[in-house]
Design a protein around this ligand. Structure first.
Ligand code: KG4
Ligand code: ZN
Length: 346
């Protein structure tokens, strides 16, 4: 059995997990997630230094807790490696997780598995939605097409093999989650706005406002959401009596149409065997429904990250970490450094 500690601190969630791989089965032995949402609500967004200070406060406590919960008394003997998100993300926040991983790896004489944050999101969809155990993916799921939609990223990824990725297209400006959060602010909804906009949209008219579907005919697989954001702003300014639920519903329809439309286009570029959906916005019910309809029409199996793993968490870093360890993708504690911006597969 191989067993690792996994750490995620790239944004506003502190996630830690102890995960194992035995035969073909990955098991979550213990996990803990501390959200900073209540702290960032006051500023309406994440202030990087505030996030980092919070990670400093809770990370040692959480590491101690998961080790105890997993029944690990002697980490030096019982762990094989330490996985950590090295980027992309908020530099001060990433640095706390990476420094913790480096320190523990030095003290316990273990290798570090640097995990790209988006790799964690992709693998959480790849492994599917069982509770705490996951079967390793078989070769017949590749090539897979991944749609990753979060607060910081919106992209379509060609996944040719377990740890091989190529970005097919991504947003030219705002990420899908980011635009949900900005529109939420315009509608005077709390942070993070995605779930609130989505709740309001469920009771609104999706056809009330003909918002643009940006880049629909661009011929490539890029996204753009800043024009849509401006259209919502002008609509609210020019229609003071517009029903908020209709604006939310029409906005949500425009974002999801754009995501689903480009995914449909990407499916035409290759004989994909599986479609993957993950990232914070993958928690969106309308997106899940629309992508399921597309998958059915295109007759392709759809793997959606389980709801609990859509947002940032330590389990997804452990999942990707175990796959990477299997491939001997490890480094010395001396050679891991946080990177605010780093391309997937770089
Ligand atoms: O993956 P994530 O937790 O963090 C990043 O890596 O960015 O994604 C957070 C984003 C936020 O922008 C949040 O508003 C959005 O995911 N989100 C949603 C929903 N739940 C979370 N957006 C739309 N509908 C939702 N139900
Ligand atoms: Zn994320």
């Amino acid at each position: 059995m191989t067993r690792i500690l996994a750490i995620e601190t790239s944004c506003d969630e502190t996630g830690v997990a102890v995960m194992s791989l035995e035969g073909d089965t990955i098991t979550v032995q213990a996990e803990v997630l501390a959200s900073q949402i209540d702290i960032h609500k006051e500023t309406g967004g994440v202030v990087p230094e505030v996030a980092a200070r919070e990670h400093v406060k809770v990370l040692p406590v959480l590491v101690k807790k998961v080790l105890a919960d997993a029944g690990i008394a002697n980490p030096k003997e019982e762990l094989n490696a330490i996985a950590v998100t090295f980027g992309p993300g908020l530099m001060p926040a990433l640095a706390i997780g990476v420094q913790m991983a480096r320190t523990l790896a030095f003290a316990w004489d273990k290798p570090v598995i640097p995990v790209h944050h988006l790799e964690g999101h992709i693998v959480s969809a790849l492994l599917g939605s069982q509770d705490t155990t996951y079967a390793l993916p078989q070769n017949d799921v590749f090539p897979a097409l991944g749609l990753i939609v979060s607060g910081g990223h919106t992209m379509l990824v060609h996944v040719s093999d377990m740890l091989s990725y190529k970005i097919l297209g991504q947003t030219k400006d705002d990420a899908a989650g980011e635009v949900f959060d900005k529109v939420a602010r315009m509608l005077e909804l709390p942070y993070p706005g995605g779930p609130h906009v989505s709740k309001l949209a469920a009771v609104g008219n999706r056809k009330a406002f003909p918002f643009p579907r940006p880049m629909a005919h661009s011929g490539d697989l890029a996204f753009s959401f800043s024009g849509l954001k401006t259209a919502v702003l002008y609509t609210l300014r020019d229609n003071p009596i517009a029903k908020k639920e209709d604006v939310a519903a029409s906005f949500e329809a425009a974002v999801i149409d754009s995501l689903v439309g480009k995914t449909k286009q990407a499916l035409q570029t290759n004989a994909y065997k599986t479609l993957l959906l993950s990232g914070g916005v993958a928690a969106n019910t309308y997106l899940r429904e629309q992508l399921a309809t597309l998958a059915q029409d295109e007759q392709i199996p759809l793997n959606v990250a389980p709801l609990a793993l859509c947002g940032d968490n330590g389990v997804m870093i452990g999942q990707a970490g175990l796959l990477a360890l299997q491939n001997r993708r490890i480094v010395s504690w001396k050679d891991v450094a946080p990177k605010a911006r780093v391309a997937l597969g770089a």
